[in-house]
Ligand binder design. Structure first.
Ligand code: SAM
Length: 251
C-alpha cells in the first residue's frame, strides 16, 4: 500500500472501507472520505446514470477525469452485476501522467480485483477493447480533449473533477457549453457538486437540473438535456431569486 504514496499523493481509508487518495497538489481527496470512494462512485455517478440509460444497446460515457479510475471500474462492476449486455464505450482524460503509472501500486477494493488486468492494459497502453467494452484514457487536458469529439456523442458524462475552488477550468459556463455540444439529446451528466454556481453554469447552457438524493450518501446533482420523469427538479428560478448575486464560473 505504501508504494503508492509519493511526493504528490497519499492513500487514505474512506468510510466504506475502500481506499482513496489525497492530492497534495490540489489539497483535496479524490473522493468524499465520508461517503466512501466506491460507494460515492456508485451512488453519485454510475447507478443514477445507468438507471436512465441502461436499456440502450450502446452506451458511450465520458469520465471526467480518470483519477484513480473508480468511475470507470465501478461501471464495469455495475454492468457485470446487473447483467447489462449493452456495448459500453468509455473515454476518460487525465492530466496527471505519473498518477496513472502509479495506479499499479494502489490498493483497490476487492470488488475491482477482477478488473486488475483491464486496468494494467489501460495503464500500459491507454486503450482496452473486448467484445463488450472499449475504454480509452487520454493523457492531457480535458478541455482540449472534449473538443475532439463529434456532436452528440455521449449518453453519460461523469463530471468528477476536483472542486471548483481548485479545479475551476472544469466547471465554467464555457466548459459546460463544450460538454453540451457533445452530449446526446437524451444524455445525462452526474456530479457530486450541489453548488448553485455550478448548477447555474449548467442551467445557463439549457440543462435541466435534478437532485440525486438517496439513503447513505450526501445529495448530489443530475443534469440532463431533455426533461426527465420521476426526479425532483431543482427550482433554479427560485434559487436565483433567493441568491441574486450568484454567478456561473467563467473562463
Ligand atoms: C477528483 S479527481 C477524479 C476522481 C476519479 N473520478 C476517480 O474515480 O478516482 C480529479 C482528477 O482530475 C484530474 N484533472 C484536473 N484537471 C484536469 C484537466 N484539465 N484535464 C484532465 N484531468 C484533470 C486530476 O489530475 C484528478 O486526477
Amino acid at each position: 500500500m505504501d508504494k503508492f504514496n509519493d511526493s504528490l499523493h497519499t492513500i487514505t481509508l474512506s468510510e466504506d472501507g475502500s481506499y482513496t487518495a489525497y492530492s497534495k497538489e490540489y489539497e483535496e481527496h479524490y473522493h468524499s472520505t465520508k461517503d466512501g470512494a466506491l460507494h460515492e462512485s456508485l451512488t453519485k455517478h454510475v447507478v443514477p446514470a445507468f438507471e436512465i440509460q441502461k436499456d440502450k444497446k450502446e452506451i458511450t460515457i465520458l469520465d471526467i477525469c480518470f483519477g484513480l479510475g473508480f468511475n470507470t471500474l465501478a461501471t464495469l462492476l455495475f454492468v457485470e452485476q446487473n447483467k447489462i449486455t449493452s456495448k459500453i464505450n468509455i473515454y476518460s482524460p487525465e492530466l496527471d501522467k505519473d498518477l496513472i503509472s502509479s495506479l499499479k501500486n494502489f490498493t483497490y477494493p476487492k470488488e475491482f480485483e477482477k478488473y486488475q488486468s483491464i486496468l494494467n492494459i489501460l495503464i500500459n497502453k491507454g486503450i482496452y477493447s473486448d467484445k463488450q467494452f472499449h475504454i480509452e484514457i487520454y493523457l492531457g487536458d480535458a478541455r482540449k480533449y472534449i473538443k475532439t469529439f463529434e456532436k452528440k456523442k455521449f449518453d453519460i458524462i461523469y463530471q468528477d473533477a476536483f472542486s471548483p475552488n481548485v479545479n475551476a477550468m472544469l466547471w465554467t459556463k464555457e466548459y459546460f457549453k463544450d460538454i453540451k455540444n457533445i452530449i446526446k439529446d437524451d444524455g445525462v451528466l452526474t456530479t457530486y457538486s450541489i453548488a448553485l454556481a455550478i448548477r447555474l453554469a449548467l442551467w445557463e447552457n439549457n440543462f435541466f437540473i435534478y437532485l440525486n438524493k438517496g439513503k447513505g450518501y450526501r445529495t448530489a446533482t443530475l443534469a440532463s438535456v431533455s426533461s426527465l420523469e420521476g426526479l425532483k427538479e431543482v427550482d433554479m428560478k427560485h434559487k436565483i431569486f433567493c441568491n441574486p448575486k450568484v454567478k456561473a464560473l467563467r473562463d
